[in-house]
Design a protein around this ligand. Structure first.
Ligand SMILES: O=C(O)CCC(=O)C(=O)O
Ligand SMILES: [Fe+2]
Length: 208
C-alpha cells in the first residue's frame, strides 16, 4: 500500500482537525518532518527560487494590482508548468485535504489554489486578511512550512492576531497553520534566513 500523502492526515486526525475548526478560527498540524516528500517539496521550492522562477508578489486582486511594500515574498503557483513532481503531489494532497475537510465541515470548499513562497532575509508581510473585499471565494487559508532546522532566533513567525491575543507559529518543516480567511488577521515577521512555504487557499464559489 502506498504510504499516506504528507498533507492528508488519517481519518482520526482529520476528525480532530475539523473538531478544532468548529470551535475556533485556527488550528495547527504537525506533519512528519522526516517524510521524504516534504523534503522533496522543500528542495523543489529552493530550486525554483535559485533559478529565478519565483516572481515578486503583488497584494490585492489581479484587476486592481497594487504593491505597497506590504509584502516582500516571491511566489510560484503550484499549477505553473515550471513546477515539478513535488509540487504536483502537494497540490493533489491539498485537494484531498480540501475534500476531507469539506465532508466534515460543509464549507462548500470547491477548489484549492496554492503557491510556493520565498521570503528573503528581512522580508515580511504586514498585517492583513486573506479574503479580498471584492472576492469572497477564499474560505480557509493554509500555510505549510518548508524550512528544516529553523532556530527560534531566526524569527519569521506567522503571527495570528486573535481576540485573545497574538499567537506566533514558527515556520519549521512540517508545521501547518490553518485559519479562516475572512476572520483572522495575520502577518509574517521578518526572518534572518531565507523562509520557504506553501500558502494555499480553499475556495468556495464566489458570492460577491
Ligand atoms: O507564510 C506565512 O506564514 C503566511 C503567508 C500569508 O499570510 C499569505 O500569503 O497571505
Ligand atoms: Fe495571508
Amino acid at each position: 500500500m502506498a504510504p499516506p500523502l504528507p498533507l492528508i492526515p488519517g481519518d482520526d486526525a482529520l476528525d480532530a482537525l475539523a473538531g478544532v475548526l468548529r470551535t475556533r478560527d485556527w488550528a495547527t498540524l504537525a506533519l512528519d518532518a522526516t517524510d521524504a516528500r516534504l523534503h522533496a517539496a522543500a528542495d523543489e521550492a529552493r530550486a525554483h527560487a535559485a533559478a529565478g522562477r519565483l516572481v515578486p508578489a503583488a497584494t490585492g486582486r489581479a484587476d486592481g494590482r497594487q504593491f505597497a511594500g506590504l509584502r516582500g515574498d516571491a511566489t510560484l503557483w503550484l499549477d505553473d508548468p515550471a513546477c515539478g513532481p513535488a509540487a504536483r503531489e502537494l497540490l493533489a494532497s491539498l485537494d484531498a485535504l480540501r475534500s476531507g475537510l469539506n465532508r466534515r465541515l460543509l464549507l462548500g470548499l470547491e477548489e484549492v489554489e496554492a503557491h510556493f513562497a520565498h521570503y528573503p532575509p528581512g522580508a515580511g508581510y504586514a498585517r492583513h486578511r486573506d479574503r479580498f473585499r471584492s472576492d469572497d471565494a477564499r474560505v480557509l487559508s493554509l500555510v505549510l512550512y518548508l524550512n528544516p532546522d529553523w532556530p527560534d532566533a531566526a524569527g519569521g513567525q506567522l503571527r495570528l492576531h486573535l481576540p485573545a491575543g497574538p499567537v506566533d507559529i514558527a515556520p519549521r518543516l512540517g508545521t501547518v497553520a490553518i485559519f479562516l480567511s475572512a476572520e483572522v488577521d495575520h502577518e509574517v515577521l521578518p526572518a534572518t534566513q531565507p523562509r520557504f512555504s506553501v500558502a494555499a487557499w480553499f475556495r468556495q464559489r464566489p458570492r460577491a
